[in-house]
Design a binder for this molecule. Structure first.
Ligand code: CA
Length: 663
């Protein structure tokens, strides 16, 4: 009850019944084509400043509206939760969606044919959430050519063809098939396409890649400047806007050596190819709607789940061809900076570079804004459900079997679509892991990984360059309280996520940002003879690979982990084993050790340790309380299935001396 009263105090509009948008002459029951792209930066489309050819999206923008402050949650799965549920991710019950009623569950009872194609990334399957048709992968990322084992077609396992398959095209093939079924059934439809592009691995089609080879030899400083200039020239952003400068962790292009320039230019050609293909496939959808006479009364909404991704995972492969299905190029921090022009930071951060992405709405039959308009009002993907429900005249159910539905967090954008404006809206809550923020009116409160709160005045400082927290302690205090109130009462989040922020700032670093000092080698690091001697042995149910300084374990749940036999240690204990660990597996961690050759592990001594399987990196330190000299070790970071990455695995003596390091 306390929660409901709190929410009603915050959002009095929740009391109002849903009213169909009053529009004279507009046809009833518009169709909805909802498109979400993966990791597309704010400036990646032509109509948002890019040099990439996106004529179809530019045409949609010219006939519709572009939002300049359309926010997401800075991360894949949480944006998908908020998009479908109209609620903050934690509030909706995360991937389980257990505290939400979702778009297809609102539109299907109103007579809509509901379908989805592409990346799901949440619990169960789309067909468990009132999507009447589904084709795509349940996984968070997939090989564009080879797919993976999570592909489904209408609830059944679907085998990816060995040849001729490409995700971006397949998603549209199936979406068109589903739309055709809706037409045959003479029903209005809602189709949700969740492209995996341009998420890593960067695997463009050959022709789409070759088209852009050479275009990015000028480097990211030049491309970023050109994008910002275009954003101002086309009226997307004000001419007075001060773009954020290149951060220290991105090296100036002309300071890169030739090999790094060649490699990075190829990576951006791959991104451009992926985005060009999205546009071509959007063109195929638009042509189909035009031919069927449906383009006029279809609400097309195009959004991205988060800003460009800076996490440069894996070994560079500058000599590989990205259209070889076995090549898996990773993201580039320098290009992520350019792709998020003119903003700061990236995917996962709650700065504008992480949360602000393109959003285009096209609906000739109902949109009363001047075609080509730029909408500066803040909006968020939580607004999509209430907007679609209002445009469809669909009822928002207050209860749903098997769910504890919470009140909506989003508001309907119908007043903007009807040619008006939204003067005030409830605060936008921002949270992903330890990255936090709150947008309330003109102010934005933001914290980088729970570092001290920063405050920005968005109308005069959209690029977050002047932290005015010290000048406005009253505003900071009010907004911090609001953030905590919403976190606890609305999102129902607990523990570390709502702990107070740090009092002292430390440098913003990330081990997964590109390291320009890393040498470029040809192809993946092969496990050579000399290295094999220093590597642990993967146990029978575990596959071990080495990428850079990381040990990557693929665990099956049987015999998880690594064995270190015949350790050549010269010093008695106690010891510490230090490492960083990122796990997508399950179960507790265990460490076994022995000081004598005749004891076969797991006999000997052992300790248990806790592992967070949240996909985040955690620094860990295990104390091996042993007085004798180690002979063998067994290190099991999980007991279940899935991937575990270990970086900087180091055995140290009590005095801190490094005794062994892997790889
Ligand atoms: Ca994403």
């Amino acid at each position: 009850m306390r929660l409901i009263l709190f929410l009603l105090a915050l959002y009095p509009s929740l009391l109002l019944p849903v009213v169909a948008l009053a529009k004279e002459g507009a046809a009833p029951h518009p169709n909805f084509l909802l498109v979400m792209v993966d990791d597309m930066g704010f400036s990646d489309l032509g109509c948002y400043g890019s040099e990439i050819d996106t004529p179809n999206m530019d045409k949609l923008a010219a006939g519709g509206v572009r939002f300049t402050q359309f926010y997401n949650t800075a991360k894949c799965h949480s944006s998908r939760v908020s998009l479908l549920s109209g609620r903050w991710c934690r509030q909706a019950g995360d991937e389980s969606l257990s505290r939400a009623v979702n778009i297809p569950e609102v539109l299907a009872p109103a007579g809509y044919f509901t379908a989805m194609a592409g990346k799901w990334h949440l619990s169960k399957e789309p067909t468990d959430f009132a999507f009447q048709r589904y084709f795509g992968h349940l996984s968070g990322a997939t090989n564009y050519y080879l797919g993976d084992k999570t592909f489904r077609l209408n609830g059944e396992k679907w085998t990816v063809p060995e040849k001729g398959f490409y995700t971006t095209i397949a998603n549209v093939d199936f979406a068109l098939k589903f739309i055709g079924e809706a037409r045959s059934a003479k029903k209005p439809w809602m189709t949700y396409i969740a492209f995996n592009a341009p998420h890593a691995p960067l695997q463009p089609l050959e022709q789409d890649y070759r088209k852009y080879l050479g275009r990015y030899d000028v480097g990211w400083d030049t491309i970023r400047a050109a994008r910002v200039a275009k954003q101002k020239q086309i009226g997307l952003l004000p001419a007075s806007l001060q773009e954020s400068p290149r951060p220290d962790h991105v090296r100036a292009w002309d300071q890169l050596d030739d090999a790094h320039q060649v490699w990075e230019a190829k990576r951006m050609a791959a991104y451009a190819g992926l985005i060009d293909r999205i546009d071509q496939e959007m063109g195929r959808l638009i042509s189909d709607l035009e031919k069927a006479g449906e383009l006029d009364n279809t609400v097309i909404l195009f959004v991205s789940d988060n800003g460009a991704c800076p996490y440069d995972r894996g070994r560079p492969e500058p000599d590989a061809l990205p259209f070889d299905p076995k090549t898996t190029w990773s993201d580039s921090t320098g290009w992520a900076w350019a792709r998020n022009s003119p903003f700061r930071y990236y995917k996962q951060n709650q700065f504008e570079g992480g949360i602000s992405t393109p959003a285009i709405l096209h609906w000739p039959a109902g949109l009363k804004q001047k075609p080509g308009s730029v909408i500066g009002a803040p909006a968020h993907i939580v607004d999509v459900l209430p907007t679609f429900a209002e445009l469809a005249g669909a009822k928002l159910p207050e209860t749903y079997p098997g769910r504890e539905a919470t009140p909506l967090a989003g508001i309907s954008l119908a007043p903007i679509i009807a040619g008006g404006e939204i003067k005030a809206r409830p605060p936008i809550h921002l949270l992903y892991s330890s990255d936090r923020g709150l947008r309330d009116g003109e102010w934005k409160l933001v914290s980088y990984k729970s570092q001290p709160w920063e405050l920005y005045h968005i109308p005069t400082d959209r690029t977050e360059l002047q932290n005015v927290a010290a000048q406005h302690p009253d505003i900071v205090q009010r907004m911090v309280k609001q953030w905590h109130d919403m976190s606890e009462n609305v999102l129902m989040t607990k523990g570390k996520e709502i702990a107070p922020v740090a009092t002292e700032a430390t440098p913003h670093t990330n081990r997964e940002w590109t390291n320009y000092d890393n040498p470029l080698t040809e192809g993946r690091l092969r496990q050579g003879k000399s290295q094999a001697a220093t590597l642990p042995r993967a146990r029978k149910g575990t596959t071990l690979s080495v990428e850079g300084t990381q040990l990557i374990l693929q665990c099956t749940g049987n015999d998880p982990g690594l064995a270190f036999e015949k350790l050549a240690i010269s010093q008695p204990g106690p010891y510490t084993l230090e490492f960083s660990l990122q796990s997508k597996s399950t179960g507790a961690g265990e460490l076994y050790w022995t000081t004598e050759a005749e004891t076969i592990l797991p006999k000997g001594k052992h300790l248990d340790f806790e592992v967070k399987h949240d996909g985040e990196w955690h620094d860990m330190k295990l104390v091996i309380d042993e007085a004798k000299t180690l002979h063998g070790l067994r290190f099991d970071p999980c007991s279940g299935e899935g991937e575990v990455k270990i970086e900087g695995l180091t055995l140290k003596a009590a005095d801190g001396k490094v005794l062994a390091k892997w790889p």
